[in-house]
Design a binder for this molecule. Structure first.
Ligand code: XLS
Ligand code: NI
Ligand code: NI
Length: 438
């Protein structure tokens, strides 16, 4: 039986199309700023949400059937998920996927058996990849679901748990390399604390760095040439997570000498949980040369958790694509770390969710390119700081020659400085609206 038999291959039909199973903005071959849309937007499917999550929440069991014709917890089911995933990606023209080890196979009681299952499924995955041309964006190890990780993985108080985490990272790296993955992610699942009363923060952070160093050494030794990523998140499941936001993660990577091997995987919903905009964490990553990959989703600003919704907000997607274009693109891609709502439980909903996400980012790309070509924002910013380039005192400050004493003498003779010039926020917001809706 063909999976998703009633779903056609999704085509671009243009903004006026009312066909729910068609793209309105994502036109893979369309060239924007000299590059095809599909090259600007290497989209990826998150194995865990799309093929595993059934809509379970704290108040009730799942609503969606993700058995794909096989019994859950079996290797038949693991293979059925591969079949479903590849059929799904092919119908949407998605070229990448991301996975956790335990998304691929059911975890056994014995690590050796889990690893054997991973070998078996990755052989099967490889075959499918060769047949379809679909690639692996990144892999990771799930070091947060199993009860052994209740106190964290790298940050666990137990050396045995640390060792088990290391074993999982090793195997997840093996599989990522086997599948030709471009990246390897550390999302700090439970790397954080609930209370400082029982926590040695310095010790825990040093241990996380130790685990990451081992991962770099091992990864490089088996031929992994891609990027390692930290995916910052401020809270959930822990009250406080160590990789709080982009700035915190960058400081950590530099402190432990990991900054050459690591970049950041920025998730929209995590940035907003940290009290930032998505654009803020992208900008902070980019200006530090660490913008690697993106978990494309969106949160609900009225809720304080990671709702992992499919991106719908075109303002935010435009701001994101503005940052990505300015940064010269990503080394990674756009992973839809997003799930359909609990009440959207049909196969059709899965497709419509991805269509929404892909169209939202395509529209964001189109509009961000227009903003850049329009040039008013860039011009304004350039002029805003012109005094440093155009006045003698400004030049001296920039060159590092100016001293406090000299500036003080200068200021004494200045009288009151003029106001620094309007920030023009409303004007610029109006420029954005003009381009979005004009
Ligand atoms: C959870 C994270 C997770 C990572 C991968 O909030 O977003 O899904 O992306 O471990
Ligand atoms: Ni994520
Ligand atoms: Ni998340």
């Amino acid at each position: 039986m063909e999976l998703f038999a009633n779903i056609p291959t999704i085509q671009y039909e243009g903004a006026k199309s009312k066909n729910p199973l068609a793209f309105r903005f994502y036109d893979a071959e369309r060239v924007i700023l000299g590059k095809k849309m599909k090259e600007h937007l290497p989209f990826a499917m998150a194995w865990w949400h799309n093929l595993c999550a059934t809509g379970t929440d704290m108040f009730g069991r799942g609503t969606a059937d993700k058995s794909f014709g096989a019994a859950e917890g079996t290797m038949e089911h693991a293979k059925a998920k591969v079949d479903a995933g590849f059929a799904f990606m092919q119908k949407l023209g998605i070229e990448y996927f991301c996975f956790h080890d335990v998304d691929l196979v059911p975890e056994a009681d014995d690590l050796k058996e889990t690893n054997r299952r991973l070998d078996e499924i990755s052989d099967y995955l490889l075959q499918k990849m060769q047949q379809t041309g679909i690639k692996c964006l990144w892999g990771t190890a799930n070091m947060f679901s199993n009860p052994r990780y209740c106190n964290g993985a790298g940050s666990s108080n137990s050396a045995d748990v640390f060792a088990f985490a290391a074993a999982q990272v090793k195997k997840a790296l093996d599989i990522t390399v086997k599948l030709g993955g471009k990246g390897y992610v550390f999302w700090g699942g439970r790397e954080g604390y609930e209370t400082l009363l029982n926590t040695d923060v310095k010790f825990e952070q040093e241990n996380i760095a130790r685990l990451m160093k081992m991962a770099v050494a091992y990864g490089r030794s088996i031929g992994f040439t891609g990027d390692f990523y930290i995916e910052p998140k401020p809270k959930e499941p822990m009250k406080h997570q160590y990789d709080f936001d982009a700035a915190t993660a960058i400081g950590f990577l530099r402190q432990y000498g990991l900054d050459k091997d690591f970049k950041l995987n920025i998730e929209a919903n995590h940035a907003t949980l940290a009290g930032h905009t998505f654009q803020h964490d992208l900008r902070i990553s980019a200006i530090n040369g660490m913008l690697g990959s993106i978990d494309a989703n969106q949160g609900d600003l009225l809720l304080g958790w990671d709702t992992d919704e499919f991106p719908f907000d075109v303002y935010t997607a435009t701001a994101c694509m503005y940052e990505v274009l300015k940064a010269g693109g990503l080394t990674g891609g756009f992973n839809f770390d997003a799930k359909t709502r609990r009440a959207s439980y049909t196969a059709e909903d899965m497709f419509e969710a991805f269509i929404l996400g892909m169209d939202t980012f395509a529209l964001g790309l189109i509009k961000a390119a227009e903003l850049i070509e329009d040039g008013r924002i860039d011009d304004f910013i350039a002029k805003r700081y012109a005094s440093y380039r155009e006045t003698e005192i400004g030049k001296k400050i920039l060159s590092g020659e100016a001293t406090l004493a000299e500036l003080s003498a200068y200021a004494e003779n200045m009288g009151a400085p003029e106001l620094p010039g309007s920030g023009k926020q409303e004007n610029l917001q109006s420029v954005v609206n003009g381009i979005l809706f004009g």
